[in-house]
Design a protein around this ligand. Structure first.
Ligand SMILES: C[S@@+](CC[C@H](N)C(=O)[O-])C[C@H]1O[C@@H](n2cnc3c(N)ncnc32)[C@H](O)[C@@H]1O
Length: 261
């Protein structure tokens, strides 16, 4: 397994002061669903669900009760027709809106979310608690550290949605998508597994496409323009996607891990 590179691919790791409820969830819910150190065994990671519903860990201030998931959530999300199983990683989940929506729409699947921005992790915990999502595990930190600890051929799907674009040439080396990172993705992806990447920066889309096309372990699935202009079925828009901060409409790239690796 490769050691994660120390060069940071992200900006801030902490933003404004956390709301009391979010701070409480970091202390109570996060330890229950955090990925422990050492090699990761997915069956072990998902063996136990967080404790069943009670009053919830929210409500402001430090909770008296142990943290719980609110399975009494009034409108449980309906599984989408695209509902799928499998083991799914989301890298850089931001505030966790996409991660939790996907977990709700795909109740059979198991999700790992990784995010170094503390306020994003805190926001995600709030969404997890509100949704009563039990099949999500989190790592507060760098995705490369998690990937390095995953066994070969362990993931069915990896989302990399609107990663930091690092547009200046001198910062390109900070981009998450690098040849060595793609090799690591190939290692942890099951044969026939999929990488879903989206960006609204033209140059980052071109960069990513070029590097994946150079890697013999992946095939780009697009057959016509609609395949990269339109999101994949079952997509739920992310917060950054809605902000439209880039220089182009979102571009959606899907890469399949070749069966013969
Ligand atoms: C532009 S934001 C997009 C967030 C979210 N995916 C969305 O679309 O709303 C990029 C995110 O990737 C995270 N990130 C950057 N480098 C990362 C890394 N090495 N591992 C995990 N997350 C990373 C950043 O902290 C940031 O939250």
């Amino acid at each position: 397994m490769h050691e994660a590179k120390s060069l940071r691919s992200y900006g801030r790791i902490k933003g404004r002061t956390l709301k009391p409820r979010q701070a409480a969830l970091l202390e109570t819910l996060l330890p229950l669903i955090t990925i422990p150190g050492g090699p990761i065994t997915l069956d072990e990671l998902f063996k136990h669900s967080p404790p069943p519903c009670g009053a919830g860990a929210g409500g402001g201030g430090r909770p008296e009760q142990p943290p719980t998931l609110n399975t009494a959530y009034p409108t449980p999300p309906t599984p989408s027709p695209q509902g799928r199983g499998g083991d799914i990683l989301e890298i850089g989940f931001g505030g966790g809106e996409h991660l939790v929506a996907q977990a709700a729409a795909n109740p059979e699947a198991r999700f790992i979310g990784v995010e170094p921005f503390l306020n994003g992790v805190a926001s995600c915990l709030r969404h997890i608690e509100e949704a009563g999502a039990e099949k999500i595990r989190l790592h507060h930190g760098d995705a490369r550290d998690v990937i390095a600890r995953l066994p070969n051929a362990s993931l069915d799907l990896v989302y990399i949605l609107f990663p930091d674009p690092w547009p200046k040439a001198r910062h390109h080396k900070r981009r998450l998508i690098q040849p060595a990172f793609i090799e690591e993705l190939a290692r942890v992806l099951k044969p026939g597994g999929e990488i879903r990447f989206a960006t609204d920066w033209k140059a980052y889309a071109a960069w990513t496409l070029e590097l994946f096309l150079k890697n013999a372990d992946f095939t780009w699935t697009a057959e016509c323009a609609a395949d990269w202009r339109e999101p994949w079925p079952g997509h739920t828009p992310t917060r950054y996607e809605q902000k439209r901060l880039g220089d182009t409409a979102p571009i959606y790239l899907r890469f399949l891990g070749n069966e013969t690796r």
